[in-house]
Design a protein around this ligand. Sequence first.
Ligand SMILES: [Zn+2]
Length: 338
Amino acid sequence: MPELPEVETVARGLRQAILGRRILSVTLGKTDFIDDPAALEQHLPGRQIEAVERYGKFMLLRLSALDGATLVSGNGDAAPASLLVHLGMTGQIAPSPAGKPLEKHTHVCLLLDDGRELRYTDARRFGRIAYLTKDLLAEELAGFGADPLDVSEVEFVERICGRRARIKALLLDQSVLRGVGNIYADESLWKAKIHPARLGTKLNRKDAETLRRALQDILRKAIVLRGSSISDFLDAEGEPGEYQRHHRAYGREGKNCYRCKVAIRRAIVAGRSSYFCPKCQPPPRGFAMLPLHEKTEKKSERRDTERAENQHGRNRNSWQRPRTRLRKRNRLRGSTRL
Ligand SMILES: [Zn+2]
């Protein structure tokens, strides 16, 4: 699923492509991943896209207030608002000429004032879209941790050391740091020579600083290379990223470590497949890794990811609403279908 560098890449692409455009109308397909589909249809038309920001692993399209000329009666609140877009696992968002035939799994089309449509496609619909007023946005953003690109040495130490959780779990926890997922957690731990199963309490300040620098370095390089394309990720121009060619641990089970030539191993840490070098990243005492078993790697990774994504749905910092409730609510609302 897209992590910080992939989402940043899409956000930068959208900034180039749609900044300043006004939304004229909204057409929806399947809506079970949208918080309140009727709110999109009611409140988006007439608003201008004033900024595209990344927050952790999702994007915020900042929308203008409705001015008097475009204010449609009954639209309610005309104050500035935001559209949250989380790509989930297979979401893609990109502008397209309005006349172009729809790709399969297109679920949201925003007609823009230059004749293009901003289209959201998502085969598995693990993404999320939400129209957020100022209050809803504040509620949404409460409880997220620091952005790993900005976090200071002192804050990083405070957030990591002294925690009785595994470092891999801490890196993935969006209330500790926002934006890191499985790929960049494994890559930065490999670079910092820290085993994913070590406890936060067992890391000293020097370890923490080495990890912070490794994480920032890797995230910055990955942004330059427009992220990692593992399965479906494409940027806002429809191009895959290139950072997957620079992975040193993630997905490399059984392949030689780039530093010491020992085979990279895999273990389940924090409920996720975790890749590490057993020599460069010494495990804590009593730690068991999985036997080398390359063939099942992809399937098991997908299962782990799905399990973890589903768990996210129950967390406070969730980007995904419980789906059954949404489905029921959306059925009641009877949204427009494509
Ligand atoms: Zn090694």
